[in-house]
Design a protein around this ligand. Sequence first.
Ligand code: FAD
Length: 436
Amino acid sequence: MTATTDAVPTDDLTTEVTSCLEEHWDPDLTVEEWWDRLGRSGWAVPTWPVEWYGKGLSRAEGVRVMQTIGTFGALGAPGGLGTLLAGPTIIVHGTEEQKQRYLLDIVTGRKAWCQLFSEPGAGSDLAGLNTRAERDGDEWVVNGQKVWTSGGHWSDLGMLLARTDPDVAKHQGITYFALDMHQAGVEIRPLRELTGRAMFNEVFLTDVRVPNDAAIGGLNNGWAVANTTLMFERSGLGAGGGGGSVAALPGTVGGDLARRAGDFLRTRDLTSGGGGGSPTSVQQLAALARGNGTIADAEVRQQLAQLYTLNEIARYTNLRQRALSRAGGEIPGLGNIAKLSMSRILRLSRDLSGRILGPYATLHAYDAADAETLAAATEGAVQPGVTESMLFAQAPQIYGGTDEIQHNILGERVLGLPKEPNADKGKAFRELPKNG
Ligand SMILES: Cc1cc2nc3c(=O)[nH]c(=O)nc-3n(C[C@H](O)[C@H](O)[C@H](O)COP(=O)(O)OP(=O)(O)OC[C@H]3O[C@@H](n4cnc5c(N)ncnc54)[C@H](O)[C@@H]3O)c2cc1C
């Protein structure tokens, strides 16, 4: 297994990954043992730098590695916000000591992370956050409330944004901490969503403690660090990242680390649908339309063609970016464009699914028992995987910065259009009017 920073021909890459899998994969290992081998081999997060458990590969090559692991029949790398957001952010902003402390546990899936950014009064206006951290010797004492915290209930650590100086402008007095979620004062309350799942939570922080050396990127520099995380979030989610396809949960809370790795390779339960995020593919929808005769509807055919075209445009944009980055360039605003494109594709896929399923789109199975009953009653016409994707399609236009915010960023930072009026400019956070 050699490290590389250049594009690797597909065959060489596949051969290299396959030979590592042949040597190390064993379905009888526990998830923890398998992820330890995979993480240390550099193939768990191959897009990370060689010196930090990666291979220095491009995103497209990283996707090929994940596909090779799947085709081989081994359990994929740990997913979640540790590999997607926390790790890459720590690589950019963390000290050497912080990289040593956090990164190995992320690539080996031993610790799971959540993102403690949004608050009831601070979503799009994230810099307006109210959670405060006050210094107490070598530690900070944190009080406040976060919301929409995905995976908060199975996380070991949180990427916490807290206000450390209310006397400066709102973007300037924020610090980014790695918060230990297993301590008194961290109260996690699940929020049930449209899909019937409770993927995200409210998190109440009362006198919780975080050491000063867990501040990532330095005191009051949290806005810059948060923007790095958001940049990884947009580009990762736009590229379909998030590790949603791996059934085993990383971290000490989910309980999967001690289980047999091979047991996670069973065919996915129908009710898991798109795993909360993967869209139903054009090919699946075309097959459904052929199967129930709706392919005769001209509008269905048009929307299938449109969906196929949008997916191809996204693929070509990625290829263009790959070619450009080899030449040292980049597409300005690509992360924002990728996220907008992904949310548009999911909405179109939702509408098309509704047209193809007709009235059956209004029936959803929330668990395996529901799926069985509905399948029997409708002679298989109900499609729980498809309806789950339809219900989830509302989410991508909101998380990681709403579509409107992506448009604002593209307008202001990429196209150079006039900025939105900002009455807060230059005022200390303490003097600003607050929500609620
Ligand atoms: C599935 C899901 C998972 C999430 N996971 C997490 C997580 O793990 N951690 C976390 O911290 N957060 C998470 N979030 C929260 C998410 O980041 C916020 O919901 C998002 O930033 C929007 O904030 P808000 O909900 O407060 O809406 P608001 O900011 O109140 O926006 C309401 C509406 O106003 C529009 N709007 C606001 N400001 C402007 C403007 N300046 N110009 C034009 N339009 C504007 C918005 O586009 C939106 O339509 C998640 C959200 C979802 C849906």
